[in-house]
Write a protein that binds this ligand. Structure first.
Ligand SMILES: [Zn+2]
Length: 238
């Protein structure tokens, strides 16, 4: 059963009441969720769920092939059943850092107009792999450019387009490491106004100014053409 993905329209919502639709051991499926299910390089959300007077920890969130969002409780003997009403609470500090990092990777994409071959979003550090070819990149210069975009307070907005519109604009998927789902009726388009626009199902901050200062910490060679660019929060060095 499909779950309503509330985080897509309301990425800043930190708590929500919903109903359990299925139980499989530690995993609970809910009718609607604010927890992002791991995917596209972004980890699944964690937090807690309250049912009556009991509070359960949520370790991870994932999406099933049928489109249900399921939440992994730390306790297998939770005694919860389909139909139970739960109050979910996001680990917001962690999710917000993931939103900052995720948004920062879009900025990195805009600065390096080359194919993305991989990537990973973490709470404290993230990375993107680029097929750079002959192009070279400089750690200090990239750090400066990233922070300039962050300080420019550029709005980040989300809109929906149809598969047909996406097919008519193949340039949009240029920098994607993960292709948008082919079966979805519509595709989420993330627009950093005037800077970068691409299909993405993850969660982002509403303005680049919310990202905070970042630093390119390392650029690794991964084969002849591939470079792995790491970013962390913090003051630029050197
Ligand atoms: Zn994104």
């Amino acid at each position: 059963m499909m779950s309503e993905a509330i985080f897509q329209q309301q990425p800043y919502l930190t708590s929500l009441r919903s109903t359990i639709t299925a139980v499989d051991g530690q995993w609970l499926e809910l009718a609607a969720s604010i927890f992002y299910p791991r995917g596209g390089g972004q980890p699944g959300d964690s937090g807690s769920m309250q049912v009556k007077s009991n509070t359960f920890s949520v370790l991870d969130t994932e999406k099933t092939l049928e489109g249900a969002i399921r939440h992994q409780l730390s306790d297998e003997n939770h005694g919860l059943r389909p139909g139970d009403s739960v109050e979910m609470q996001l680990d917001w500090p962690r999710r917000f850092r993931l939103m900052q990092m995720h948004s920062a990777l879009h900025l990195l994409c805009s600065l390096i107009p080359k194919g993305v071959t991989g990537g990973s979003i973490g709470e404290h550090k993230s990375r993107l792999d680029f097929d750079l070819g002959e192009r070279s990149v400089d750690k200090q210069e990239l750090t400066r450019q990233l922070n300039q975009l962050i300080q420019s307070n550029i709005p980040i907005t989300q809109q929906w387009i149809s598969q047909a519109e996406l097919a008519a604009n193949p340039d949009l998927v240029r920098t994607l490491s993960v292709q948008p789902p082919k079966n979805a009726q519509r595709v989420s388009l993330v627009n950093i106004q005037g800077i970068d626009i691409q299909p993405c199902g993850g969660t982002h901050v509403a303005n680049t100014g919310e990202i905070c200062e970042l630093r390119v910490s390392k650029i690794e060679n991964k084969g002849k053409r591939n470079r792995r660019i790491h970013i962390v929060f913090g003051e630029p060095q050197g």
